[in-house]
Design a protein. Structure first.
Length: 279
């Protein structure tokens, strides 16, 4: 897969499909492949560009702290390097946090903004949850166990409903196998990335977002759904969608419904003839 130098680091990415550029920003600990179920549909209509954020996948892993705003600067620099003037921006969780910063700082670069499981600032509840993941990772990771095991044991239960575990155990196992199959995130890189989650604070910048925005949550998302109305009130041209029967990750729990709903939003904000250029 191609790599480019942007913002003084090397970023790995994958490009699929033709049409207007759609940049997909991964969530905590994930690499570009996390949106595989979406890219299969999106790429029929868009040039899907999935990035490995710094500290993940095959992108550089600098030994320095960073913020969600810094990650947005990486994405902006990536767009500049590969010649994308304007793109649709989409992200789940951490990816949504980065997308908010990008759209606030560079409104001219963002044609539409898709925020899934977003939050404007880390409150005491979310901070406690993420610090718990850090404690578990530090206790669990050793020569035989990686950060992936912590994701499966500690983060998965926040992402999926009890019903999914009870009725589709084989599917949950397949998602766990997928996580284990991806490039290993080292413990220090997970701590740096999760520290960026803990420090996230973009609330005062939301009024600067001008792109049409779709905000989505799972009905049973305990991590971020309580922020939904607050985000909608602060982003002028926005809509709020709630997926029933889902927790933090409708992208896996209600794949078809999620894809149809989000693709319809993206297509409403696409030029009639689209763009044929792909990178």
């Amino acid at each position: 897969m191609p790599k480019v130098k942007a913002n003084k680091i090397t970023l790995n990415y994958e490009s699929q499909g033709n049409g207007e550029p759609l940049i997909l920003i991964p969530y905590l600990s994930a690499d570009h492949a996390c949106y595989g179920f979406q890219v299969a549909e999106y790429a029929k209509h868009f040039n899907c560009i999935s990035i490995d954020l710094r500290g993940t996948g095959e992108s550089d892993k600098p030994e320095a702290d960073y913020s969600t705003a810094d990650l947005a600067e990486d994405v902006a620099a990536f767009m500049e390097t590969v010649g994308i003037e304007r793109a649709h921006i989409s992200g789940l969780s951490l990816g949504a946090a980065v997308g908010m910063w990008l759209a606030a700082r560079y409104p001219g670069k963002v044609k539409s903004l898709s925020l899934h499981g977003a939050w404007p600032r880390t409150d005491a509840f979310l901070k406690t949850v993420v610090e718990g993941w850090q404690v578990t990772a530090k206790a669990l990771v050793n020569e035989s166990r990686t950060v992936a095991e912590m994701v499966i044991l500690s983060i998965f239960p926040w992402c999926f409903t009890p019903e999914l575990y009870a009725t589709r155990a084989d599917y949950v196992q397949s998602l766990a196998d997928f996580v284990r199959s991806r490039p290993v995130q080292a413990l220090p890189d997970f701590i740096r990335q999760s520290n960026a989650v803990i420090a996230h604070e973009v609330e005062d910048q939301l009024g600067r977002i001008t792109a049409p925005t779709q905000i989505t949550f799972g009905r049973y998302d305990m991590l971020t759904s309580h922020f939904g109305n607050q985000i909608k009130e602060k982003i002028r041209d926005s809509e709020l969608v709630v997926f029933e029967g889902c927790a933090h990750a409708p992208i896996y729990e209600k794949v078809d419904e999620f894809n149809q709903t989000t693709l319809a939003f993206l297509q409403r904000h696409t030029e009639p003839l689209g763009m044929s250029r792909a990178i």
